[in-house]
Design a protein around this ligand. Structure first.
Ligand code: 4AD
Ligand code: MG
Length: 431
């Protein structure tokens, strides 16, 4: 007997296999039972025909409860009608554990109920598909940066300094000292870029943001590349190549998952570099032309503004050169203008908002010191960071891509809470 998994059944068409699985769902009549089997690698329908199995096996199939675990044996058959392409003609069922009343039934449930049962909700077909897309984005990320000669570097999670402003920090104690959970690995990645040239990180980041929106998590994962001798425009080119690569990889390797999610893949096919660019100045003018009266030069964009700008394009759009006052201390000023910096946010299409924030970094010692002081940051905590500008300082740039927002966009799911296994939200630390 071939012991295999659902994802591998295509190798055994016409043969008998044994699969360890859970019963995702069940339908039966007097003569036939349909078992929706799942094993983590995929979903397959098991067909139990009364006339072809023993009475005992048929009664087992009829009586089995949702989420019971089984070893099932049967013959693999091609099935053109199923999106998966195969089904299993069941011959035997060995019940490992009969499940008690499973709370998540095939009927509709409210969001809070599903979130309370997130540890079980993860088993559903849709959540399975989202996690597979997330995994593919991570796989394609490593592939892209390794092929481009980047080295993966891991910045610390416990830190003594704040790259993105001090208001959203998670403070904790580091024995007798004050410490913060990392809100971005960027400053450490700048040090790493001076040692290794092109580096990227992938890790959790924490922001005590009081925002309760479909785009905000308290704990989220960020991919942060940093590159020595790379200037503003070159940084944007890396970003558009990278984002195109992950979208095209998901299209290629997750077609079944995208179908499960009902994603419009035609929209994703168009995501190929280059991406359009619009300056902050022009974005403000555009919004005024569109009739937005609630924003003027110097204000940050809200979700409706970002969505209005994104709607003009069928690709992600870079908004470049934001006012200095809106951005963190480390951004390189525009060479001819004091009031804007060499930065860009990448806004995803279809209303998914900002997925990347990036910039060229200040590499002049005196200027950086001045900016730290202007931002009211304690120089002692940044001494090591300033020192990077004392020993062969070079122009350098980098960016941070928020994984969950990117998963939401590519999967077409409305809220980031479904894009991470166990979301940490404003009022949720359970499960
Ligand atoms: O724009 P941000 O704040 O940029 C930085 O942290 C830079 N230090 C990155 C760098 O240059 N190395 O955050 C980067 C991205 C955002 O574009 C967004 O996709 C995501 O991180 N992000 C969040 N995602 C979910 N929940 C939140 N609360 C997020 N805050 C930022
Ligand atoms: Mg940002």
């Amino acid at each position: 007997m071939n012991k295999t998994t659902i994802s591998q059944v295509h190798k055994y068409v016409g043969e008998d296999v044994k699969i360890g699985a859970w019963i995702a769902n069940k339908r039966s009549s007097g003569k036939i039972a349909f078992l929706q089997l799942r094993d983590g690698t995929g979903f397959i329908q098991g067909v139990v025909v009364k006339a072809e199995v023993s009475e005992e096996v048929f009664q087992q199939a009829k009586g089995i409860t949702q989420e019971s675990s089984v070893y099932v044996t049967g013959t693999v058959q091609k099935d053109e009608r199923s999106p998966f392409g195969y089904e299993l003609q069941v011959k035997g069922i060995d019940v490992i554990h009969q499940s008690v009343d499973y709370p998540i039934t095939p009927k509709e449930h409210g969001t809070e109920f599903l979130m309370d049962n997130r540890h079980l909700w993860l088993r559903s077909k849709r959540q399975h598909a989202v996690m597979k897309v997330r995994n593919e984005i991570i796989r394609a990320t490593y592939e892209f940066f390794n092929e481009q000669g980047f080295t993966k570097v891991d910045p610390p999670i416990l830190t003594g300094s704040a790259p993105e402003g001090t208001t959203e920090l998670f403070a904790t104690k580091y024995f007798d000292e004050d410490a913060y959970l990392s809100q971005s690995g960027q400053l450490y990645m700048e040090a790493a870029a001076m040692a290794l040239g092109k580096v990227f990180s992938f890790g959790p980041t924490f922001r005590a943001e009081k925002s309760k929106t479909r785009r905000h998590l308290i704990e989220f994962w960020m991919i942060e590349p940093e590159m020595a001798f790379v200037e503003f425009e070159e940084n944007l080119e890396v970003q558009e190549q990278y984002v195109s690569h992950i979208v095209q990889s998901v299209l290629k390797n997750c077609s079944l998952e995208l179908k499960t999610l009902g994603r419009d893949t035609e929209k994703l096919e168009k995501i190929q570099a280059p991406f359009p660019r619009i300056s902050y100045d022009d974005a403000i003018k555009f919004l005024h032309e569109k009739g937005f009266t609630d924003i003027s030069w110097g204000d940050d964009f809200g979700a409706p503004h970002e969505t209005a700008i994104a709607e003009s394009y069928d690709k992600p759009v870079f908004i470049t050169h934001y006012p200095t006052t809106l951005k963190p201390f480390y951004m390189q000023p525009h060479p001819n203008r004091e009031d804007v910096v060499l930065c860009a946010d990448l806004i995803a299409p279809e209303g998914y908002g900002e997925i990347i924030g990036g910039s060229e970094r200040i590499h002049d010692y005196e200027m950086l010191k001045q900016r730290l002081t202007d931002h009211g940051l304690a120089l002692e905590a940044y001494e090591w960071y300033l020192q990077l500008r004392e020993f062969g300082s070079v122009p350098h740039s980098g960016f941070g891509l928020g994984l969950e927002r990117t998963v939401a966009w590519i999967s077409g799911v409305e809220h980031v809470r479904e894009t991470i296994p166990f979301p940490r939200l404003l009022n949720r630390l359970y499960p």
